[in-house]
Design a protein around this ligand. Structure first.
Ligand code: AGP
Length: 593
């Protein structure tokens, strides 16, 4: 997900482009750039945030321009990979958000025709493709170029000798801001609200010609009129897409994140997983991570040992750095959303010094972890703004399912069955989100307590740990997670009517033992909220409250249960009026040991 902006009017474009880009940095911020048309097109771009770009910029006086803030998917963050991209003549500049599926074929064809590319991105084919069709009519050249393109795009095209912006949208949002004697274009509303509250949303297949006083839109059938909407949101509301917090917005993005992460590695048709990793010989696996990512690793251990029959250890990275670990032909895998967690980077370096092959599973293209590890497996969660990890955690789980499947030692039918279930997860998660109100009331109930327990068994024990961490870090309620069978060995002493217990009673081989533990807990009169399968007809008799979850194969229950616990923590924190997106004392990326 990237942010694109455009301006055409009577004012200098540069400051407007920069301000608009600042409003879109929640969509991506590893590199950025602008192009302004004065007598010629002036392009300035680099890695880093808009603030850094602004400091390096000369004052360009043009009245129209385009800009881009990037979240790298193809090609690491770099000056050459930053947008805008320009054609060979330097007379056509383009900013793009989306993925051009057939960019390699187009690049090969254009290269044969003499075009020279400067970046590793898919987006750079656009200015060259438009140039290859340009014979003086910009609109015609853009339309013709789009015929060759397969994939998702929102585009803004700037060309020398043309006092107009060409725009196009397919599966990637694009909105026009309507001004007086000026017009604006952007990926999303927040970029426009400093200048106008009147917006026109383009639809898939739309192409537009924008001048300072005219907005003409076309689709396959010819010229179209799109409704002008008046946006009631504040700027901050708009950046959160109307949600009260980035965390809630990101929880709701999880069905798409699962699809995007699967889509990068799982054939849409065949039950084939291709992680793009070089084959690595190894006897066992060591998963290293911190915080929520460590909890993902604990789930990963269950997956890899069950599906791939590989011995797996999981260690907290900061502890591994003090350990006397003995590693053989061990594949060391670091799991890190930011790719910048100092403890994790140190642990990967230590493993490399011990001669181990290393892999980084991360959300951030070009992050330090990707430069230290031998190989990288990118999740596709897009920027995660909330300090509390949510969608990145679910994406990490999906990555670990895919990794386990790629190493699977099971009959083809079982493997295909798992892949079928994996494809259903986005819809199952959506069912939970649709039932959010039912979960929020238990979050409000929890908010009245100062302590809570999370208990589970088996593959859901790491989910209990993650649920406790979510509650702790955003609501400041003290929460402990234990294997349910462990409570008797001490923690029972803490159970009172004032210590609610969240028990994950998954419909798997732990169920009967969980029921036994729940009865033991109830004997201490602690309130129990159970997460239980929608088909479970017994649980109500033993607990105080039940949160029903959609039925899934037991191996996928961590995904389902984690989303419930994210919402539980969110509503507890919201009821307490906590600073949910930026909890006290915490940072999104812990870059110090
Ligand atoms: C989780 O909600 C926290 N944000 C924190 O535990 C985080 O998971 C941890 O700091 C690891 O970060 P990383 O995944 O970027 O390495």
């Amino acid at each position: 997900m990237c942010g694109i902006v455009g301006y055409i009017g009577g004012r200098d474009a540069q400051p407007i482009l920069l301000q608009s880009l600042r409003r879109l940095e929640y969509r991506g911020y590893d590199s950025c750039g602008i192009a302004v048309l004065a007598s010629t097109i002036k392009v300035h771009k680099d890695v880093g945030r808009v603030e850094q770009l602004e400091k390096a910029l000369p004052k360009n006086k043009g009245k129209l321009g385009i800009g881009h803030t990037r979240w790298a998917t193809h090609g690491k963050p770099s000056k050459s990979n930053a947008h805008p991209h320009i054609d060979c003549s330097g007379k056509i500049a383009v900013v793009h958000n989306g993925v051009i599926d057939n960019f390699q074929q187009l690049r090969d064809k254009l290269t044969q025709e003499g075009h020279r590319f400067r970046s590793d991105t898919d987006s750079e084919v656009m200015p060259h493709l438009i140039e290859s069709y340009y014979q003086g009519d910009l609109e015609q050249a853009v339309r013709r170029a789009l015929v060759d393109v397969h994939g998702s795009y929102s585009l803004i095209v700037l060309a020398a000798n043309h006092k107009e912006l060409l725009v196009a949208r397919n599966e990637s949002p694009l909105v026009v801001g309507v001004g007086d004697g000026e017009n604006f274009v952007a990926s999303d509303v927040p970029a426009l609200l400093d200048y106008t509250d009147r917006v026109i949303y383009l639809e898939d297949g739309d192409v537009g010609v924008i001048t300072d006083d005219e907005i003409r839109l076309f689709n396959q059938a010819g010229e179209v009129r799109r409704e002008t909407n008046v946006i009631p949101w504040t700027m901050e509301d708009a950046q959160k897409g109307g949600y009260d917090h980035f965390m809630l917005k990101e929880i709701h993005e999880q069905p798409r994140v699962i699809r995007d992460t699967l889509g990068g590695y799982l054939s849409a048709i065949e039950p084939e997983v291709d992680l793009g990793l070089e084959s690595t010989e190894f006897e066992d696996i060591l998963l290293l991570a911190c915080g929520t990512s460590y909890h993902a690793g604990l789930v990963g251990r269950y997956l890899l040992e069950k599906v791939a029959r590989i011995p797996v250890r999981v260690e907290i990275a900061s502890e591994f750095n003090h350990s006397n670990a003995v590693l053989g032909e061990t594949w060391v895998i670091g799991i890190t959303q930011s790719g910048e967690t100092a403890d994790l980077l140190g642990a990967i370096k230590k493993a490399k010094q011990m001669g181990c092959k290393t892999l980084a599973i991360t959300n951030c293209v070009g992050s330090s972890a990707t430069r230290i590890a031998d190989q990288t497996f990118y999740i596709r969660a897009q920027p995660e703004i909330g300090v509390a990890a949510t969608k990145s955690f679910i994406a990490q789980l999906i990555a670990l399912y895919l990794l386990a499947l790629s190493q699977a030692k099971m009959d083809i039918r079982s493997r295909e069955g798992l892949i079928r279930e994996l494809r259903l997860l986005p819809d199952k998660v959506q069912l939970i989100l649709d039932g959010e109100d039912g979960i929020s009331k238990y979050g409000k109930y929890l908010s009245t307590y100062d302590n809570a327990f999370f208990v589970a068994r088996g593959i859901n024990f790491p989910v209990a740990l993650e649920g406790a961490l979510k509650l702790k870090e955003i609501s400041y309620i003290h929460a402990e997670a234990y294997p349910a069978g462990e409570l008797k060995h001490g923690p029972f002493a803490l159970l009172t009517p004032d210590t609610p217990v969240i028990a994950i009673a998954a419909g798997d081989d732990t169920y009967e033992a969980m029921l036994t533990n729940i009865k033991e807990i109830k004997a201490r009169e602690s309130p129990v909220i159970a997460l239980a399968d929608e088909a479970d007809e017994d649980i109500d008799k033993f607990v105080d409250y039940v949160i029903r979850v959609p039925s899934v194969a037991p191996i996928f229950s961590p995904v389902i249960n984690s989303v419930v616990l994210q919402l539980l923590a969110y509503y507890a924190a919201k009821e307490r009026g906590c600073s949910i997106d930026m909890p006290r004392n915490l940072a999104k990326s812990v870059t110090v040991k």
